[in-house]
Design a protein around this ligand. Sequence first.
Ligand code: CA
Length: 351
Amino acid sequence: MCGIRVSWVSIALALMSCSVARGAETEAESPWPDFVKETVKSGDREAANADLIVTNEEFRKLRPLTNFDPKDADVPALMTEREAADYATFAGKKIGKDLFWQRKPPNDPTDRTVARYGYLVIVTPGAPIDLSNEKPAIPTPPPGMVYVPEGPFTMGSRVGDPDETPEHTAFAEPFFIDKSEVGNAEFKEVFPEFTFQPGREGCPAIVTWEQAAAYAQKVGKRLPTEAEWEKAARGTDGRMYPWGNSYDPTFVSWDESYPRGSSPACPESPYGCIDMAGGAWEWTADWYKPYEGNEAPCSAYGETYKVIRGGDSFNDMALMRTTQRYYLPPNTTGHLHVGFRCVKDLEEADR
Ligand SMILES: [Ca+2]
């Protein structure tokens, strides 16, 4: 599989030598904010020798749909603390060790929007700095949910079924997703008329797309898009299964009649979800349509069927793949065992 790789291109500033060699006049034209220079020269981060800052060009790797004036490519990227943490995660770096986020002093202290933004400073490798008490600003997930940071990831497969092609880079905004499928008891709490077999309170609720969407709306959530589901399942390294690239039946629940999280090994996806392979199939929000650039004809494409993901029983490894797509009309579960998990968007304060 072909994962996304960040080439960690650093832009050397050499601030000190710049100001000496080129003089004050040139320095005034520097795109680097004065306050960062001051941070480098003095204060508690002096030892960081932080003469590198993540630029617009670098930041766009997290957010490929972003456009900016080409002349601003090397200008430091303004970002919220949450965006800084997501960038670090995407780049395989750690806030406090490799990077730190420096808040931009607001020109107007009453402007709270401006106060949320800052710059991401790269700690020079080997610099003697202790930022271990700094915590990345990852939004706190609601109960039972996990956080999936924004950024590109590999979607689809070159080696799967025709509808999984082409393998491509997709993008998802940050979101929260349920750690596990919605269970029977949870579903009955919202829809008391819902019935299930006694003793299966903790098993995934087997419902139609319409029922799943109604539940999600009622609890202030929504169904995941295919892209969100696939990113939550496989992360950014293009893996075939939620836990890696090789199949092991002990990683998967026997079927939907077993409680969620009951597989012997109970592995988690890169973001902490369980049972994204097996347990119950899972509804997504999307109609079954071809990916852009897909050239394999399929009469089922269109707005007739909703996509389901993740397979159910443990004995079909092909259906456990994170890229596997299947489909059903929204008003039935057919002969399959289809459940769901919900996603939730970030609150404005977390963006
Ligand atoms: Ca599942």
